[in-house]
Design a protein around this ligand. Structure first.
Ligand code: ATP
Ligand code: MG
Length: 709
């Protein structure tokens, strides 16, 4: 008897110890997050003190850490303005561009952190022209390099590339230009492999340097150097050789990825400890962020996406739909086509040529929507993507920021919509659980999706450790007021957790889907009230709140995610923790249009840029005229080449000015004709109205007459 009592006590102690251990590990995890946040806030405080948006000199040549003023006048100002406007057709600098150009021109190493579409290319292309000699640009992807070289060639700048695909003739020209310097070679793009693997290339580059002709080195998409970045490329690690070989040549490293960890890594790996650092805000004020509830019925989701595109983007404006798997991409592209949307798919398993074809059709606006996996990523250089839809959630806030950020790189209003359902979470978690902080990162974006009150934008500021800025109603939670109620669901949560506990005691594993089904079978009274997605929503909330936990098991074909007791499960069961969910009565404002579609004249100019691009083969429409330039021309209506030049600069006016003015004149004439026709129509209808009135009078008179008669 005594031994039985001891056994009992031992067992209950065992349970209690397990419980305490669970709580300790949850608290340690919590403590880690607090430490991480503390260090973010400290950095933030420094940034705020320096005043946001201004450059931070990480340290100066003399070792001091004073902030330098890169906004003051410099001797190259007027030349820089001339090239910016008359060659690039850019009427004014965007935030930090001028300061960066100045720091590069002053011969400093520079690190640029600027959001996607912020205009990083100009920051090295403009100095490349002003400096003379050759600028070497390392860029990770062939498609990016091709786009850039083609865009620069269209501006008459001698830009070349050396990649695995460049032909012998091209290679010969480039090597000769590097070695002898007789032919002009302003900008040379290479992939990182050229630097790390081609001895021939490095020896030619050395000759160019020894002759004093290597004026600048630019590392684009520099986050590829860092293992903490999302696109790590092993060959980027070897780029440190550039600073070792050419210590006096200024280096500019550019990226849109802003985390502190990546920044520190880059400075170390590229050997630029004394660089001037320019950190711009991660805010993309022109992007409208929203989250929509994703239906359990696949076809209904596609219907909603197709309706969204048709209603808001009926002028063939470009967009991307991101999907989880290759199979899903193909299927959804097909289903969108069935619904009359011009869509095609893009994923890593496709043949390279096929992929390039799809990308090219989309870039040339011959295809409206690309349905892609994350493989459709870094190489996207299209500035006028008006919408990015996520058919399933991304794996972290950072990847979502990157993927959704492909919208609106031209600064014009664009939309980012994420379709969220809790059932998609286990699919992602079984992919990311082995990554460092993979699950924590995933749960961060799940919190973003589940919130019905918090500003979506503020989640990005928080993630990147930046002071908050006004959202200006540019997210669903800020734009559309709705009644959000907090509901205490602790009792239901206890039922769910008890069920997991029972199964665990019997050594049974349960997935989220099975858990929902079992709960509804066991508690029939609940199944009438609770929908499957509501239970899934609760289970995911419990996982995110550490009450439940995901565990993974590998099979030869897949990795399965199971739900088990989490570190805070006992706190809930003992009534020491409450669980609340948000319910909202919001109706999605489906008709709200965030983008302005083209007016008549804008459409004609859009047609013109497509025609010119088609004639030139590889040139893209936005290289001919940007959407912003189309907007400016349409609103200012220049009627001479001189006036046009004051809007789009000399080069584009010389090349396309006559054609643009012809379109404008044609539009004015047809506008006049329409106006005349309208006037005539109005006159006619007035006189016919008058006649009708008179007729009525006559009739009336006659009827009176008849009556009289
Ligand atoms: N000052 C400016 N005014 C108007 N348009 C600009 C300006 N600077 C750059 N742009 C345009 O903005 C678009 C995006 O520029 P760019 O490709 O340099 O962005 P990025 O910062 O390199 O973005 P990503 O991180 O996506 O590569 C381009 O179409 C470019 O011509
Ligand atoms: Mg870029």
């Amino acid at each position: 008897m005594e031994s039985e009592a001891i056994q009992d006590e031992l067992q209950s102690l065992e349970l209690e110890i397990n419980d305490v251990q669970g709580q300790i590990s949850a608290l340690i995890e919590h403590q880690d997050r607090l430490y991480e946040r503390k260090s973010e806030l400290k950095t933030l405080l420094k940034a705020v003190a320096v005043s946001s948006g201004t450059p931070v000199a990480s340290s100066c040549p003399d070792g001091s850490s004073a902030v330098e003023n890169w906004s003051e006048p410099f001797e190259w100002d007027s030349r820089a303005d001339d090239v910016r406007f008359n060659i690039f057709g850019i009427s004014k600098y965007r935030a930090n561009q001028r300061e960066i150009v100045n720091a590069v021109m002053a011969g400093r190493d520079v690190l640029v952190i600027m959001a996607a579409g912020g205009g990083k290319s100009l920051c090295y292309q403009l100095p490349a022209i002003l400096l003379g000699g050759t600028t070497l640009v390392v860029s990770p992807l062939l498609s990016l390099i091709q786009d850039q070289v083609m865009g620069l060639a269209a501006l008459g700048i001698s830009a070349y590339m050396l990649t695995s695909t460049s032909g012998k003739e091209n290679e010969k020209f480039v090597y000769k230009a590097l070695e002898k310097g007789e032919d002009e070679l302003k900008i040379l793009y290479v992939t990182p492999e050229k630097v790390s693997k081609s001895k021939r290339f490095m020896s030619k580059l050395e000759k160019c340097h020894n002759a004093g002709r290597l004026s600048l080195i630019s590392i684009d998409e520099a986050h590829c150097c860092s293992q903490w970045g999302h696109d790590f490329r092993p060959d980027y690690k070897n780029l440190s050789i550039l600073k070792t070989q050419f210590p006096k040549v200024p280096m500019v490293a550019l990226t849109a990825t802003a985390t502190q960890k990546v920044q520190n890594d880059l400075i170390e790996m590229l050997h630029i400890p004394k660089c001037v650092k320019f950190v711009s805000s991660v805010n993309r004020p022109n992007l409208f962020y929203s989250v929509r509830e994703k239906s359990l019925v696949g076809k209904a989701v596609v219907d909603e996406i197709a309706e969204f595109i048709r209603e808001s983007y009926s002028n063939n404006e470009s967009g991307i739909v991101y999907c989880f798997s290759r199979k899903e991409c193909e299927q959804i592209a097909g289903e969108l086509r069935e619904r009359g949307i011009s869509a095609d798919y893009y994923h890593a398993e496709m043949d390279v040529n096929m992929r390039e074809k799809v990308h090219m059709r989309w870039s040339k606006n011959k295809l409206q929507v690309i349905v892609g996996t994350v493989a459709f990523g870094m190489g996207i250089n299209k500035p006028d993507v008006r919408f990015v839809i996520h058919h399933s959630l991304s794996k972290s806030m950072e990847t979502y920021y990157q993927e959704s950020g492909r919208a609106g790189r031209d600064g014009l209003p664009s939309e980012c919509v994420l379709f969220f359902r809790s059932g998609d979470v286990p699919r992602q978690s079984s992919m990311v659980f082995y990554e460092y902080s993979g699950l924590q990162n995933l749960y961060d974006i799940v919190r973003y999706c589940q919130s019905k009150t918090k500003c979506r934008r503020s989640a990005f500021f928080r993630h990147f450790g930046e002071p908050s800025q006004d959202c200006n109603g540019m997210c669903d939670n800020c734009a559309w007021s709705s009644e959000v109620k907090e509901v205490d669901v602790s009792d239901l949560a206890k039922l769910v957790v008890s069920m997991v506990q029972e199964m665990q005691a019997k050594d049974q594993r349960v997935t989220m889907l099975q858990l929902g089904d079992k709960l509804r079978t066991k508690h029939k009274d609940l199944s009438a009230e609770l929908k499957r997605e509501e239970i899934e929503h609760l289970v995911i909330k419990l996982i995110v709140d550490s009450v439940l936990k995901e565990e993974f098991q590998h099979t030869p074909y897949s990795t399965n995610a199971y739900v088990t007791m989490g570190p805070l499960a006992n706190q809930l069961l003992q009534g020491r923790k409450t669980i609340k969910t948000e319910t909202s009565s919001r109706q999605i404002n489906k008709k709200s249009k965030r983008s302005s579609s083209f007016t008549g004249l804008e459409s004609k100019l859009d047609e013109l840029r497509k025609e010119i691009s088609a004639v030139h083969g590889s040139m893209l429409p936005h290289t001919v005229l940007s959407t912003q330039q189309i907007g400016l021309i349409s609103s200012q209506k220049p009627d001479s080449l001189q006036e046009l030049e004051s809007i789009i600069g000399k080069l584009k006016t010389e090349k396309y000015g006559d054609k643009i003015l012809e379109v404008m004149r044609h539009d004015a004439v047809s506008g006049q004709l329409v106006e005349d026709a309208t006037k005539e129509e109005t006159c006619k209808s007035r006189s016919s109205k008058r006649a009708k009135t008179q007729k009525n009078v006559v009739l009336l008179e006659s009827s009176e007459e008849e009556e009289e008669a």
